[in-house]
Design a protein. Structure first.
Length: 115
């Protein structure tokens, strides 16, 4: 009987507001890195009950994404996609490593929209 390795998944998508950002830096290998924090707020259903979530999460942008993220301003709303990894080897603390991000389209208010 042939067995296959179990499928593992580590993919996160999260929206939030950029609340903290370190200066853009470069690794000894020349890779751009940017560490930041996102503030997230939402309401989810858990076991049939509404639950309010408000938390902050550390995020890390690398390479070309770091250069793009360096143009973001504090207070900007973004949606990030990435994976969780330990902050450092042997660390229990996690960081969301961003593999893509976007700024959501502004919400248009048709009633107050100027013509």
């Amino acid at each position: 009987m042939q067995t296959t390795a179990p499928t593992t998944t580590n993919r996160i998508e999260l929206s939030g507001v950029l609340i903290e950002r370190e200066p853009l830096r470069y690794t000894p290998a020349g890779i751009a890195m940017l560490n930041a924090r996102l503030s997230h707020g939402s309401e989810v259903l858990e076991a049939g009950h509404a639950r309010r979530l408000d938390f902050e999460v550390a995020v890390r942008f690398a390479g070309a994404l770091a250069a793009r993220a360096d143009r973001l301003a504090l207070g900007d709303r973004i949606v990030v996609t990435g994976f969780l990894a330990p902050r450092r080897r042997q660390s229990k603390s996690l960081v969301l490593h961003v593999t893509d991000f976007a700024s959501p389209a502004p919400v248009v208010d048709p009633i107050n929209e100027s013509n």
